[in-house]
Design a protein around this ligand. Structure first.
Ligand code: SAM
Length: 297
């Protein structure tokens, strides 16, 4: 067993229990690969076509992504190079993994809708939600951690995401008389989808259980805050079933809400998961990620 596998022994056994040895080996190969930087062009400031021209003019080479014209793959470019670009400083681009662009796309925010981003910092998905509806939805972004909340505020400002009400609060204590047309719960998780060789994860069953307990509480709270007929996305950057399918099954039982099946976008590398949901396998291009759409009846 190599050094990396040794450090992540507990995680390996959790993955083997979920997927078996063969798939776990693919997941570990994904962890070991070095992913290129990816970014999202901020449609509040530029169209995708203008983004292409701006990136070319700034001297960057890139690849496009079939399922999202605003996503770009920046092979051979370091994050620092982009941080120092005018495009970044002006909030015209946002560095974001491809997997983490998925939940806002599946939530599909529309003009006039009230939307809660329940655990929002640093705000990659809040700003993407705002961008997807041209800043015309009424978005509430909630974040418990004070320092991360400051980063959320900074990113909202820089990206020009107006009409977002940001609140620094434990989402579990949001007033139950609030109600929303749509909710994004991008839940805190073990991060088992985003492990990479230079950052051994030390994810074990005790930690995963702690995450799952909080996720279930947050999901039940989200279901209370969702209007009848409303839709929500539950997502994590974990590929462990305990944090994904199990949390959904427990929280949805007797709740009057159900999983609304979604189709994975073409080309996504997939892991087996609970029916109707999407679990992205960590690969050379994608972080491991899970998402489910839920409808309250
Ligand atoms: N959606 C964010 C984005 O795309 O930038 C990332 C969210 S991160 C996966 C989860 C966030 O939930 C963390 O910032 C964490 O501080 C926050 N959090 C954890 N428990 C919370 C709670 N009870 N109420 C509100 N926020 C919470």
């Amino acid at each position: 067993m190599g050094g990396f596998d040794k450090v992540n022994e507990a995680l390996r056994s959790l993955l083997v229990a979920d997927y078996g040895e063969e798939i776990t080996n693919y997941v570990f190969a994904g962890y070991a690969s070095v992913r290129p930087v990816t970014l999202r062009v901020n449609s509040l400031k530029m169209t995708a076509e203008e983004g292409i021209i701006a990136l070319q003019t700034a001297g960057f080479s890139f690849e496009t992504v079939d399922w999202y014209p605003y996503a770009f793959i920046m092979r051979g470019i370091r994050e620092e190079q982009l941080w120092h670009s005018t495009l970044f400083e002006e909030g015209k681009i946002y560095l974001q993994s491809l997997s983490s662009m998925l939940p806002p796309l599946y939530l599909c925010p529309k003009e006039g809708e009230s939307i809660l981003d329940m655990t929002a910092a640093p705000g990659g998905k809040t700003t993407q939600l705002a961008a997807l509806c041209g800043g015309k939805a009424l978005i509430t972004a909630c974040e418990r951690d004070k320092n991360r909340f400051q980063r959320l505020l900074f990113n909202l400002g820089r990206q020009g995401a107006g009409r977002v009400t940001a609140i620094c609060k434990d989402a579990l204590s949001l007033d139950d008389c609030m109600s929303f047309d749509k909710i994004l719960l991008d839940a805190p998780c073990s991060g088992s989808g985003t492990v990479f060789s230079e950052k051994p994860a030390r994810i074990d069953a005790v930690y995963v259980e702690k995450c799952a307990v909080l996720q279930e509480k947050l999901l039940k709270k989200a279901l209370k805050l969702l209007k009848k007929g409303g839709e929500m996305i539950y997502s994590t950057c974990s590929v462990l079933k305990r944090e994904n399918g199990d949390v959904l099954t427990k929280a949805l039982k007797g709740s009057g809400a159900r999983i609304e099946p979604v189709e994975p976008f073409d080309g996504l590398p997939l892991l087996p998961c609970i029916e109707g949901t999407v679990c992205v396998m960590p690969t050379e291009l994608y972080e491991g990620f899970f998402l489910a759409k839920i409808v309250k009846e």
